[in-house]
Each structure stands twice: as structure tokens, then as C-alpha cells.
Design a protein around this ligand. Structure first.
Ligand code: AMP
Length: 586
């Protein structure tokens, strides 16, 4: 299906792109050779993400370069050099050691983009513990589930988030021994918690990273499933090679870059590219503590002289909404490369990038499980707007059909199927915490099956079609309907709950709940508003339904499973498909 192509001249900027020619870069690539870009721990001590991200720069040419520039809510700018980041993360590693937190034990964060989050992440990795960021816009219920599943021993959070969300959960979380609070100002004196800065200033700034097996656990990222509880995808220190390589090739990061990744630290992009990749390259990372605001974002691009910007389609669409007039008020000429991830990037958004910034957006594709970018549009490769691009060097991607344990590769172009990746790249997840069977089911015949439907065109470009399951993508956040339904089932009025995603022009999809009430409860506006409020309170605004409809009963299979697909077909006026397993007419 040919569309417009954005052709790239061989050399667009004064900076030589890291990937000059896609085909030859792919042919020449091997992970073994790429490993030479990393340093490894001294004396053959293995591979540690934090060493590659910070310590090796702190003893090199980038020692005094700004590693992290934090734009604080109070309007101040806080800069941390590579040397300072090394010392601060050393201190935090010593804090964990003093608290008796050992290898592969989980240290969770519930915080926005504050400097302490970065110090925690890197200190945790130095200590050999597992860094597990949680999304601060979650309500208490998803937070409790994830802390419990992670068996977190330590949580780092802010005073405000503690009071709003964590305090009430403490009794339900017996494994959670230490809560470390980042105070808004001064020191925190919340009972039964520790104060982050008191601990940090008392700790030594020298820390020798113990030998680290590249296969040792490093990161835990929760992602939702269509059934059951959220899954904890485990990543290992070896993943840093993929972070580094994809940062260089897919985002064209160079050491001199000012890189702004707008992702929330509670999701995988916020770690892989919001912390690790740019630091391994020795670039300067911008972290804005404030939430999205279109004008503020233009100002950031201008004032911070951002050269590479990595954002998400929902944000791009929100910026498009305020019009090109606003764009003209700002000077964003420092920008060299713009990329987007997390949900389909519509062709109009790619082209709008060209009008607004003189550059197209480069869409790329990956998942929590893949740990890093797998398919991308590269700086020097022609863009087909609407396509996710072509597989990274070192990554084999295919469109497949599953047939039991057999996997058949679709060789014809433009034939839809499931997107699969040949297993074995460095940032591939190594398990779902405590769920080996669920992990095993993601693989067949040497392929990792992504759960996404896509097609590949005759030029080898991949095009996203949709999810193969009932997962919802709202403003880039993957939401599991089961988790939302479970929360509603705890409401006294609710007999049945079914949750789907419905199209939304800005957020891609928003969550809609269908509720069947218990006898005696009136299906009126008051109860509808009250249930929507209940959802927001329990789940947090990013996950809670935006719409709710009462039904007398919900369509179910004979085994009692809510037929979300049927709800969706009915909602969207689409053919209802095979309803032979339907238990009763709705
Ligand atoms: P998560 O694990 O939360 O990062 O979500 C991963 C899912 O987001 C993928 O399986 C896709 O369904 C979707 N996704 C990520 N990137 C893209 C993209 N560039 N285009 C379309 N969907 C995407």
C-alpha cells in the first residue's frame, strides 16, 4: 500500500549519523563485536549497567559533563555531572548495603522525574539489587499488587505520594521493610520511615561495584496481561548492550547530545531510554519534573537546546492540537532527531513534525519484554509515514502464524500475522517473576511471540495492525482489562464487569467499562458517577475508565469468561464474529 515516502539525503546534519547505511550496518553487525563498545567492570568483574552508564565516564573525558539536568517543579534547574552522579549513586549503594539489601532483592520507586529517582536506580544496580520503578499515577490498588508481587524490601517515594497512596497499604505488605522518603523540603519525619537525604549524607561516597554476572537480574518492569495479575518482566545486566546499541543506532545518540526522553519513569521507556541508554553514551539527559504542557514543552526544547527528543504519539497529537502558530513562537533549531514510541504514530503526526520542526518523527517499536527498541526508522533511512520502520541490526523480526507449537513464517509481503522476534538478543526479558509457565508460553520454535499483529511490506518495513489480545493502549500506557475489572468487582453494587478500549483521537484509546449491577441497585446517573469515581480512586486516573455503561447482563462464554471482543464489536458497530461459545444473549 504505497503512500508518501520521506526521502532522506545521505547526510543531513553536521553530525555524522551512527548508522549511515541500513543494509550494510545490518550485514556487518554482531552482538559480540558490539560488546566492544562497553567497558566491563575492572579486573574482569563482569558487566554492570551502572558502571557502563556512569562510572566509566566519571573517570574519562565526560567526567565533568552534565549527566542529568533536572527541571524542577519549583522552577529551578539542578545539574548533576557524571562524577557527581557516580558519587551520589555510590552513596545510595552504601545505604542499601547498610540496610542489608542484597543481590537481586527488589528496590521499588514510586516517584516522578526527580533527581533522587536516578540516584536510586543507579545505586540499586551498583549494589546488585533489582530496580523496579512503579508508575506514580497508579492508585493504591495497582501499587499494592505490584509491591507484593515484587516482594519489594525497599520503597523510595515522596512525602506526598506516601501520604496519598502508600501509608494505607503498609499493613498489607509484610515484606516491605524500609520506606525511604524524599521530602519536599528539609527532612521528612513521617513515623516508621527513613529520610532519603539523611541516609545519603551519612553514607560514604566510595563504593566498589562487586563482580556482576551479566546474567544477574537488574531490572523488573511490570506489564499488564489480559488475564491474571500484572506480569513482572525481569531484565539482566547484559541488557545494557542493547540499550547502548539501540541508543546509538535507532536514536542516533552521540556524547555531545542533549537528550530529552519524556517518558514517565514508571514505564520501561523511562528506564531503558530515560536513564540507561543516553548515560552509557555519555550524553546529557534532560528530566522535566512537570507533567505535559504543550507550551512548556516547546520552551524546554528551545531553552535546553535539546538535540534529540524521544516522545510518544499522544503527546505529539496534543502538541498538534495547539496549532502551528505556537510552534512559530519558539526556536527549536537545535533539534537534530525526533523519535516516538509506545503506540501507533499516525502519518499526519510524522508529517506535522516536518512542518513544525523541519524534521519528521521517527517511529519505533518495542515492548516491556524486549527491553529495548527492536524496529525503528533510522536517521538516514527513508521514512514511510505510518510504518514502525525496519528491524534493528542484530534483530531478526518476522510475521508468523502460530499453529499449536509450530510457527510458520509468512513470506509474502503485506500479509497480516503476529510479529515475532528471533529469541536471544541481550535485552530480552529472562522471565516473568515467579511465573515460568507464562514465560514459556511466549516462545515457540525459537521465536518470541509479541502479541502484536503486523505486516511487513516488500521493502521490509513493518506496519502495526493491532494487538492480538484484549490489551488496551491509552496515552501509551498498556492497561490490562482484567486488573480494571477486578477492581470494579470489589464494589458492592457490581455483579459483572467487562472492560475494553474504545478509540480516542488523542489518547489512541480510552478505557470503557460495562457493568451489570446486583439486584436492588438502580442503574442511574448517580451510581454511574460514583462508580467512575471509585475507579479513579482505586486505580488512578491513567488506568480508570473514562466511560461506563450499565448492561442488564454481560456476554459470556459458556465457561463464564466475559466476551470483551463482543462488547467491543457491539460498541464499535463491527461484525460480532463467531458467537457460538456465547452463554446467553446479552
Ligand atoms: P509496553 O510493554 O507497555 O511498552 O507496550 C508495548 C506495546 O505497545 C506493544 O506490544 C504495542 O502493542 C504497542 N507499541 C509500542 N510501540 C508501538 C509503535 N511504534 N506502534 C504501534 N504500537 C506500539
Amino acid at each position: 500500500m504505497p503512500g508518501p515516502i520521506i526521502e532522506k539525503p545521505p547526510m543531513q546534519t553536521s553530525v555524522t549519523p551512527n548508522l549511515v547505511d541500513y543494509a550494510s550496518a545490518r550485514d556487518a553487525f554482531s552482538w559480540d563485536t558490539a560488546a566492544g563498545m562497553l567497558t566491563g567492570l575492572p579486573d574482569g568483574g563482569g558487566l554492570n549497567i551502572a558502571y557502563e552508564a556512569v562510572d566509566r565516564h566519571a573517570i574519562g573525558a565526560a567526567a565533568n559533563r552534565v549527566a542529568l539536568r533536572c527541571l524542577r517543579k519549583n522552577g529551578q534547574t539542578q545539574e548533576i555531572s557524571y562524577t557527581q552522579l557516580r558519587d551520589l549513586s555510590n552513596r545510595f549503594a552504601n545505604v542499601l548495603r547498610r540496610l542489608g539489601i542484597g543481590r537481586e532483592e527488589r528496590v521499588c520507586t514510586l516517584a516522578g522525574r526527580i533527581p533522587e529517582l536516578y540516584v536510586t536506580a543507579l545505586g540499586t544496580l551498583k549494589n546488585g539489587s533489582v530496580f523496579c520503578p512503579l508508575f506514580s499515577a497508579f492508585g493504591p490498588e495497582p501499587i499494592q499488587v505490584r509491591l507484593a508481587r515484587a516482594e519489594a524490601r525497599v520503597l523510595i517515594t515522596t512525602e506526598m505520594l506516601y501520604r496519598r497512596k502508600v501509608d494505607r497499604l503498609r499493613n498489607a505488605l509484610p515484606n516491605l521493610e524500609h520506606i525511604i522518603i524524599v521530602a519536599e523540603a528539609g527532612r521528612s519525619n513521617i513515623p516508621d520511615t527513613l529520610d532519603f537525604h539523611t541516609l545519603l549524607s551519612a553514607a560514604d561516597d566510595q563504593f566498589t561495584i562487586p563482580p556482576t554476572d551479566p546474567e544477574a537480574w537488574a531490572l523488573l518492569h511490570f506489564t499488564s496481561g489480559t488475564t491474571g495479575q500484572p506480569k513482572g518482566a525481569v531484565h539482566v545486566h547484559a541488557a545494557v548492550l542493547a540499550h547502548h546499541v539501540t541508543g546509538r543506532l535507532a536514536l542516533d545518540l552521540h556524547a555531545q547530545d542533549v537528550f530529552w526522553c519524556t517518558a514517565d519513569p514508571g514505564w520501561v521507556t523511562g528506564t531503558s531510554y530515560g536513564i540507561i541508554a543516553p548515560l552509557t553514551i555519555g550524553a546529557t539527559l534532560i528530566a522535566d519534573e512537570e507533567e505535559f504542557d504543550a507550551e512548556r514543552w516547546y520552551r524546554n526544547l528551545q531553552e535546553q537546546r535539546v538535540t534529540i527528543w524521544y516522545t510518544a504519539p499522544t503527546a505529539v497529537r496534543m502538541m498538534m492540537k495547539i496549532g502551528l502558530e505556537t510552534t512559530k513562537k519558539y526556536v527549536t533549531g537545535s533539534l537534530r532527531f525526533m523519535a516516538s514510541v509506545g503506540e501507533p504514530l499516525n502519518p499526519e503526526a510524522v508529517l506535522w513534525g516536518q512542518q513544525a520542526f523541519g524534521l519528521p518523527f521517527h517511529d519505533n517499536w518495542w515492548q516491556t519484554e524486549t527491553g529495548g527498541i527492536m524496529i525503528a526508522n533510522y536517521a538516514t533511512m527513508n521514512i514511510k509515514p505510518g510504518s514502525m520502520g525496519r528491524p534493528m541490526p542484530g534483530i531478526e523480526a518476522a510475521i508468523v502464524r502460530r499453529n499449536g507449537s509450530e510457527v510458520e513464517c509468512v513470506t509474502q509481503p503485506d500479509v497480516p500475522g503476529e510479529l515475532a522476534l528471533r529469541a536471544g538478543w541481550p535485552s530480552m526479558f529472562r522471565g516473568y517473576l515467579g511465573e515460568s509457565e507464562r514465560y514459556r508460553k511466549c516462545f515457540a520454535a525459537g521465536w518470541y511471540l509479541t502479541g502484536d499483529l503486523a505486516r511487513r511490506d516488500a521493502d521490509g518495513y513493518f506496519w502495526f495492525i493491532g494487538r492480538a489480545d484484549d490489551m488496551i493502549k491509552s496515552a501509551g500506557h498498556l492497561i490490562g482489562p482484567f486488573e480494571v475489572e477486578s477492581a470494579f468487582m470489589e464494589h458492592p453494587a457490581v455483579a459483572e464487569a467487562g472492560v475494553i478500549g474504545i478509540p480516542d483521537p488523542i489518547a489512541g484509546e480510552v478505557v470503557k467499562a460495562f457493568i451489570a449491577l446486583k439486584p436492588g441497585y438502580p442503574a442511574d446517573d448517580t451510581l454511574q458517577r460514583s462508580l467512575l469515581g471509585f475507579g479513579r480512586e482505586r486505580l488512578g486516573p491513567a488506568v480508570a475508565p473514562k466511560a461506563l455503561e450499565f448492561r442488564r447482563t454481560l456476554p459470556k462464554t459458556r465457561s463464564g469468561k466475559i466476551m470483551r471482543r463482543l462488547l467491543k464489536a457491539q460498541e464499535l458497530g463491527l461484525p460480532e464474529g463467531d458467537t457460538s461459545t456465547l452463554e446467553e444473549a446479552p
